[in-house]
Design a protein around this ligand. Structure first.
Ligand SMILES: Cc1cc2nc3c(=O)[nH]c(=O)nc-3n(C[C@H](O)[C@H](O)[C@H](O)COP(=O)(O)O)c2cc1C
Length: 320
């Protein structure tokens, strides 16, 4: 009933353990599989672990890095996860420059990964660099990884592009088989006593899912690729919303970190209950039924939605 396809992989359900430290842990990964996760995305191997922008391939010594595993260990971990799991293992590469570090993609393929998730998290603060030039480098990265490997590649994007629809299609034209929507933007807070930037990782909230739903609905009918939702899915209802908007799979991280891998079992059961109650025989019948494929002009639809939301607010009685 819950079967789905993602990046050409046949999965038992749309529930994936997303990139996080737990997906590097053999014991947790095995327990996630037992609880009903249909695939795992490993925590990332970062560009900064392998080489700095413009540098040749140099593995940083551990004292310079605060990372859970070093690059060679990462490759060994892929093989170890493959040996204990029956579900697909998706390795993750994370960086923003096109240079030698991307050669790890081929090594991940050789180590047995079933797919690669390329995370292109980038905050562009260079006043001399145009959006087009930044996007061109990202597309070059995608092409490099796709050409170096025989396994499918998904690209984990940020939402902040001036023309996301155009860029999403370009990423797929560059060879990506899937899009992962979206990276969370981790902005540091400011500590007003210590006068320091205070980076702090907080788990996601369901309200973050809304941005994902809008773009899944707008992109999935028109871009020939698999779609994964990540960010704000905390319940079976959230997973259903993402699938209704067009997601093939939903990655769970915060919910699993907060409440354990048992959440896969509960959410899976609740998905089946909802589908039975609402007369859906398969997930394929649910997927995309709330997307924008029937909107004559999706941009005008979004604009109308914006005006509707703005005008729906009613002022409370004025407080003195
Ligand atoms: C502790 C932690 C570590 C993470 N590490 C990675 C990572 O290595 N690579 C990556 O692409 N995303 C990473 N993420 C982001 C998650 O994969 C996910 O996109 C994000 O948490 C939103 O999903 P959620 O709402 O289910 O938590 C991490 C998230 C957390 C909470």
């Amino acid at each position: 009933m819950l079967r789905t396809q993602y990046l050409g992989l046949e999965l038992d359900s749309p529930l994936i353990l997303g990139a996080s430290p737990w997906s590097l842990d053999l014991d947790v990964a095995r327990r996630a599989e037992d609880a009903g996760a249909s695939a795992i995305v490993m925590a990332s191997l970062f560009e900064e672990q392998v080489c700095a922008a413009g540098e040749a391939l140099t593995v940083y010594p551990p004292e310079r890095a605060e990372f859970a595993v070093q690059p060679d260990e990462y490759l060994e971990r892929i093989a170890a996860l493959k040996s204990v799991l029956g579900i697909p293992v998706i390795a993750s590469l994370n960086g923003s420059h096109k240079n030698a570090w991307l050669s790890y993609a081929a090594l991940m393929d050789q180590a047995g990964a079933d797919a690669i998730e390329l995370n292109v998290y980038r905050v562009s603060t260079d006043f001399d660099r145009s959006a087009e030039s930044v996007e061109r480098e990202t597309l070059d990265m995608v092409r490099t990884v796709v050409e170096a490997t025989s396994i499918p590649v998904a690209v984990k994007l940020q939402p902040y592009y001036t023309s996301l629809a155009h860029f999403a299609r370009a990423v797929v034209d560059a060879g990506a088989r899937g899009l992962v929507l979206f990276n969370r933007f981790y902005q540091p807070d400011i500590d007003i006593e210590g006068l320091e930037r205070a980076p702090r990782l907080e788990l996601s909230r369901p309200s973050e899912l809304l941005l994902r739903l809008s773009w899944l609905a707008a992109l999935s009918p028109f871009v020939r690729a698999s779609f994964a939702a990540t960010g704000g899915a905390r319940s079976a209802g959230d997973v259903l919303k993402a699938v209704l908007a067009g997601a093939d799979v939903v990655q769970l991280v915060s919910e699993v970190l907060a409440h354990g891998v048992g959440r896969f079992t509960t959410i899976r059961r609740e998905l089946v209950e909802w589908m039975t109650e609402h007369g859906y025989p398969s997930l394929a019948c649910v997927r995309g039924s709330m997307n924008l494929s029937r909107a004559l002009d999706p941009a005008a639809f979004e604009r109308a939605n914006y005006l509707h939301v703005i005008n729906s607010w009613r002022a409370p009685a004025l407080r003195q």
